[in-house]
Design a protein around this ligand. Structure first.
Ligand SMILES: Cc1ncc(COP(=O)(O)O)c(C=O)c1O
Length: 434
């Protein structure tokens, strides 16, 4: 029995499925890890893996980055954990303000889910409305109103121009059925739905690039429509930049598209793997959370602005600010893209890699998808072969066919070559698959 198997047996006595986040489960058992450095993870067997998942893409500078480690270690030595304000939290807020165009005001939370909950509370209070709209297939965390239509099954989709809102988990509040699901990149249908439901809608939440289903950019026209229409209809526009934030540009997707939403959520790369998230937004909206002015929207949390997390952010953000990290990741990303394109041609298997900022997604399709419905038909068995062969080569890719892989600035061209070598073997296998 391997050490991972033994740990799984021990864990399963007390922990359902042996995992603390359902997506970590992999049959027959998850791997258990003991160490990480740079682009590598070591499992409890002592085997080294090239990590192309990087803490759900949060570890953009590589595991155990020396500057981040030093800042966190210093915070630990100071002995402060949580429950008080610190200079590091001020530093982190200032760093963000220096990176994000049209920066308004910011407050920290711990996770993306919490940040979205806060943002929705601000939107509901400000508009006096209840419902929210989101794009089909998009993931924004596990809060009730947004945890619908994430990776829906084909029989749950509903009509293309007014998608259904199937729950992505049991146990959601019934109110989640009221979420309006928008067909991403379909301007006419989105406009129709927003106008129809405007009087009930507090917020439109959108990832400017759908990264939890690979890498699907909104067209500039689509985001412009959302911006103009929400302004006209009095709906709060929220960009979820948990994954685009700091990877696609130092100022995130808003910088790339030149469009400023009312509120934005950040997390993940903000603190290189430490638990920090943020809501940034228009001064008047964020003022609703200002306790010094009697702002009526509560903003509380034992761990908010935790000493180690804000220290990590204050050390991480300067390393992401000048664009060189993103440029380096785009060079590696181009090598992955071109490598897969060559394999696709050589083996006659349709495949396309989409991505930027170190995110990459191999789709087994003839062209890049424009929304969930065109992405979900990616050949799952071919992706499964790629995932399995990569794992045999000790390379970790996401197990789900529609998620997103991620590189860090600690990855090198040699690592990309190792990935492409494994991919070559997988493509050879795919040729004999039906
Ligand atoms: C785009 C996006 N939004 C929100 C979330 C939720 O963040 P968290 O897992 O920190 O709650 C995620 C997490 O994967 C995400 O990818």
């Amino acid at each position: 029995m391997t050490t991972s198997q033994a740990l799984f047996q021990r864990a399963s006595r007390y922990v359902p499925g042996g995992v603390h986040s359902s997506t970590r489960f992999q049959a027959p058992h998850p791997l258990y890890f003991s160490r990480a450095e740079g682009p590598y993870l070591w499992d409890v067997e002592g085997d080294r893996y090239l990590d192309c998942t990087m803490g759900n893409a949060s570890v953009m500078l590589g595991h155990s980055h020396p500057d981040v480690d030093e800042a966190v270690t210093a915070a630990v030595r100071q002995g402060l954990t949580t429950g008080v304000e610190t200079e590091a939290a001020v530093n982190a807020a200032e760093r963000l303000a220096g990176m994000i165009p049209d920066f308004g005001r910011v407050k920290f939370a711990n996770t993306g889910t919490e940040a979205l909950m806060h943002a929705l509370a601000i939107a509901r209070h400000t508009t006096g409305r209840e419902r929210v709209a989101k794009a089909e297939g998009a993931y924004h965390g596990w809060l009730d109103p947004l945890w619908v239509s994430t990776w829906p099954a084909p029989d749950q989709l509903g009509p293309a121009d007014r998608p259904a809102a199937p729950p992505s988990s049991a146990g959601l509040s019934r109110s989640a059925q009221g979420t309006v699901v928008l067909p991403f990149n379909d301007l006419a249908a989105t406009e129709r739905l927003l106008r129809k439901h405007a009087s009930d809608l507090a917020a439109v939440v959108v990832e400017p690039i759908l990264i939890d289903i690979g890498y699907i950019p909104a067209t500039g026209e689509y985001l412009r429509l959302l911006r103009d229409l929400t302004a006209e209809l009095g709906i709060v526009l929220i960009f979820d930049e948990l994954l685009t934030g700091f990877r696609v540009a130092p100022g995130g997707a808003r910088q790339v598209y030149g469009i400023t939403p009312d509120l934005t959520t950040y997390g993940k790369a903000i603190a290189n793997g430490y638990p920090l998230a943020a809501v940034e937004g228009r001064e008047d909206l964020m003022a609703t959370t200002d306790p010094s002015k009697g702002g009526p929207v509560g903003w509380v949390g034992t761990y908010n602005g935790h000493g180690t997390a804000v220290a990590a952010a204050a050390a991480t953000l300067p390393l992401l600010a000048d664009g060189s990290a993103q440029a380096y990741l785009d060079v590696l990303g181009a090598q992955v893209r071109e490598g897969f394109a060559e394999l696709s041609r050589r083996f006659g298997i349709p495949a396309v890699v989409a991505g930027a900022g170190g995110h990459f997604q191999p789709y087994f399709l003839t062209g890049s998808p424009t929304g969930y419905r065109t992405a979900m038909v990616s050949h799952a068995a071919r992706y499964a072969a790629l995932h399995r062969v990569a794992r045999e080569h000790r390379i970790l890719l996401p197990a789900k066919p529609l998620l997103h892989a991620a590189l860090s600035t600690a990855h090198t061209e040699t690592d990309v070559a190792a990935l492409l070598k494994a991919a070559e073997e997988a493509f050879a296998e795919m040729r004999s698959m039906t």
